[in-house]
Design a protein around this ligand. Structure first.
Ligand code: ZN
Length: 459
């Protein structure tokens, strides 16, 4: 029998129900139909570049372009809600941000939120998406670099007028001449100071020349020894954290600054901070920066972490060309190398010079020097803290891959150990760690005096 006419649904009701089902299916299949929310917005200002990060549950669609008079960078986000996080973005820009004067956010047209960056100077943006990693969801990263790259020599020592001259003196372009094939200068500025030119394009060649001409004693070469101090992590990459919430990136910067202050007190040494602020520098860039600075030694400062809270003590690491000296060292290198994933690197933009530097690895000799340096530093650290391991361990740390600079990585203590976390936050303890690292460096230099810079030696 056919069904009772009274119970049949009218056609228009069936049609409407069909529509509802289809609409529901579409919404379920394409979450993009729902406006995307910005879960977090962050701004990391630094002299080198300012980074703006927008975090969301799904990948964001962006389009950007510049406007002149006044100079603006416009970023349109499609399918995004103008939510509280986006509205808060303007307030997150620091008054002294080197690149961003102000930010405005508004709905530009249906379904499109427009972010306008009022710029202080011409920038070269690097805008890229990062997939979810660690505690982050999808990230849209806007890195605003100066259109004219800053001379790293000037940029890194700018706060102190004296070291500029001194480092300029200590880094004649000739230093590149002696370097291996890997010694190609990096960056446009450095290219100008390439071996073909007798005088470096650095701002103080005249000073260097005077010094060179008047250097009377050829037997005794006195020159400034430059120590590159690398505070691990920074910005989007907080590093490890302690149970009380202490972040590795802050501890490393505090110790690095103390180490620089101590090094600068030595008459023949200068400390240069690879990172001097809360922002991220990719690992390869840290290596490249040390090279541009003609650093004699490279010391990367970190704080260890382990699942067991009773793990404790300081340790020192050097690079290994193949394999690690222990499983723990291999895992640690793996964790430290994840810095690039968490901190966020634009993989589309390969630095060709940097890639070459890393290809031309002639590392063996420097690894021996690194091990020597590490041993001295480890001995000194033993006076300040327990040692986690009694010898210098080796693994494939990306940040130690300088072809011609002895490089070590110091895990100052375990931030995951509540007692050591407390000490890591303590200024006195930070200072003692810095003193121990300096003590090790001085002992190493006493046994392995730096070679004369070729240019000074020939005068
Ligand atoms: Zn670390």
């Amino acid at each position: 029998m056919h069904h009772v006419p009274g119970r049949a649904l009218p056609h228009f009701v069936i049609g409407f129900l069909k529509y509802l089902v289809i609409a529901a299916l579409l919404l379920a299949a394409y979450p993009a139909f729902a406006a995307e929310r910005i879960l977090a917005s962050r701004v990391w200002p630094a002299q080198e570049y300012t980074r703006v990060t927008l975090e969301s549950a799904h990948k964001l669609d962006e389009q950007h372009f510049f406007l002149d008079d006044p100079l603006r960078l416009v970023v349109d986000l499609e399918g995004v809600d103008l939510d509280a996080e986006l509205k808060a973005l303007p307030s997150r820009v620091a008054a002294d941000d080197p690149y961003i004067k102000a930010v405005r956010v508004a709905i530009n047209r249906p379904n499109v939120v427009r972010i306008v960056f009022d710029l202080r100077t011409e920038v070269k943006p690097s805008i890229f998406a990062l997939p979810p990693v660690a505690e982050y969801k999808h990230r849209l990263v806007l890195d605003l670099y100066p259109a004219k790259p800053i001379d790293p020599l000037l940029a890194l020592v700018a706060p102190k007028p004296d070291p500029i001259r001194e480092i300029a003196q200590a880094t004649p372009g000739a230093a590149d001449r002696s370097a291996s094939a890997a010694g190609a200068p990096t960056g446009a500025k450095a290219e100008k100071a390439a071996p073909a030119k007798p005088e470096p394009a650095a701002p103080a060649p005249a000073v260097a020349k005077v010094k060179g001409d008047s250097a009377a004693a050829p037997a005794k070469v006195e020159r400034l020894v430059i120590i590159a101090i690398d505070a691990g992590h920074g910005g989007e990459d907080p590093g490890a954290h302690g149970r009380r919430g202490t972040r590795e990136k802050n501890v490393t910067l505090a110790i690095a600054r103390r180490l620089k202050a101590r090094i600068d007190q030595e008459s023949n040494m200068r400390g240069v901070l690879i990172r001097d602020g809360d922002y991220f520098i990719p690992l390869g860039q840290r290596v490249a920066k040390a090279k541009r600075l003609h650093a004699d030694l490279f010391v990367s400062i970190h704080a260890d972490a382990w699942v067991r809270p009773d793990a404790r003590g300081s340790s020192v690491f050097a690079l290994s060309e193949r394999g690690a000296t222990s499983t723990a060292a291999r895992l640690l290198a793996q964790r430290e190398n994840e810095s690039d994933l968490i901190g966020g690197v634009d993989l589309g933009e390969k630095d060709p010079v940097l890639a070459k530097t890393l290809l031309d690895l002639s590392l063996t000799a420097k690894i021996n020097d690194s091990l020597k340096l590490g041993k001295y530093v480890l001995n000194e650290l033993g006076e300040v803290n327990d040692l986690h391991k009694a010898r210098v361990e080796q693994a494939g740390f990306a940040v130690l891959k300088s072809p011609d600079i002895p490089s070590i990585l110091v895990e100052t203590a375990f931030i995951s150990n509540p007692q050591e976390e407390k000490r890591l936050k303590d200024g006195d303890y930070q200072d003692r760690i810095a003193g121990a690292v300096l003590g090790g460096i001085k002992r190493y230099l006493a046994q392995n005096p730096p070679l004369a810079r070729p240019r000074l030696a020939s005068n």
